[in-house]
Design a protein around this ligand. Structure first.
Ligand code: HXC
Length: 262
């Protein structure tokens, strides 16, 4: 039975697909600590649920998320932020959740909202989505990985320009620059496209999908030589899976593979 949340909604709209919708409309899905706590709970629950094989994370048509909650942050002090590791829990799912997460971004994805989208494995958006790291205008800087993940995605000069000016960029630009995999013409197409991709992923061997996510993400952390070696080790280990035997036998016999996830 689905757990009920206050700031997010969950649904299973397609076979094997879990959908999490940020739902704090009055604040344009500003990412308060209680919202992030619920998001982490929902992601952990889907990661643990055997029937779920891919996750779609979205907001509303108007806002994926307009950032960290500025009203919550305004009175925070250095000692409080430091001693409570403020924001650290946000990115915990990037290493703990093993199933792929597709971010479907429409409307505003600003500050922490942009950073949250960048933490996901595939980023889809609408052409007129509104991305940006406007923290400089609030007298601060990105704090959930924006200066690192955005820079890796689009290069130093563009990242510097965006982060130092606080200027926004569109979904169209996000695709041109390699932040997003695809931009769709409408909200409906974005959701349909995201669910379709999640469904396509869900049709593959769960073991192989999780291994693929793991090795691609390693490329963001490791030097090339170590990354290639890491990939080869994981590739070798997949010869220990049933699904590798099933997949290759099905190819030879011109049959559809029936995965056992073992
Ligand atoms: C708290 C927010 C919010 C935010 C919007 N709201 N963004 N509350 N934190 N990040 C609230 C507004 O206060 C308002 O509440 C309601 O949502 C609707 O917003 P409006 O501004 O009236 O809407 P609109 O005129 O359509 O403008 C949309 C907007 C603007 C351009 C997105 O809201 C905006 O600039 N928001 C802030 C964007 C931002 O700076 N994000 C970065 C935050 S810093 P009321 O009660 O007045 O109706 C950050 C740090 C990350 O993310 C580092 C660690 C993660």
């Amino acid at each position: 039975p689905a757990k009920s949340y206050e700031f997010i909604e969950t649904a299973e709209p397609r076979p094997g697909v879990g959908q999490i919708t940020l739902n704090r409309p009055k604040a344009l899905n500003a990412l308060s600590t209680p919202l992030i706590t619920e998001l982490n709970q929902a992601l952990a629950a889907y990661d643990a649920a055997p029937e779920i094989r891919a996750i779609v994370l979205t907001g509303s048509q108007k806002a994926f998320a307009a950032g960290a909650d500025i009203k919550e942050m305004a009175p925070l002090t250095f000692s409080k932020a430091y001693t409570t590791s403020f924001i650290e829990s946000w990115s915990a799912f990037t290493t703990s959740v093993k199933k792929p997460i597709i971010a479907a971004v429409s409307g505003h994805a600003l500050g922490g909202g942009c950073e949250l989208a960048l933490m996901c494995d595939i980023l889809y958006c609408t052409e007129n989505a509104n991305f940006g790291q406007p923290e400089i205008k609030l007298g601060t800087i990105p704090g959930a990985g924006g200066s690192q993940r955005l820079t890796r995605a689009i290069g130093k000069s563009r990242a510097m320009e965006l982060i130092l000016t606080g200027k926004n960029f569109s979904g169209k630009e996000a695709v041109e620059w390699g932040v997003a995999a695809r931009a769709f013409g409408s909200w409906e197409e974005l959701i349909e496209g995201s669910l379709k991709t999640a469904e396509a992923i869900a049709a593959h061997s769960k073991v192989a999908v999780m291994a693929a996510k793991e090795v691609v993400n390693k490329s963001q952390d490791l030097p090339l030589r170590d990354g290639v070696e890491y990939e080869r080790r994981v590739f070798h280990s997949l010869f220990g899976s049933e699904d590798q035997k099933i997949g290759m036998k099905a190819f030879a016999e011109k049959k559809k593979a029936e995965w056992t996830d073992k």
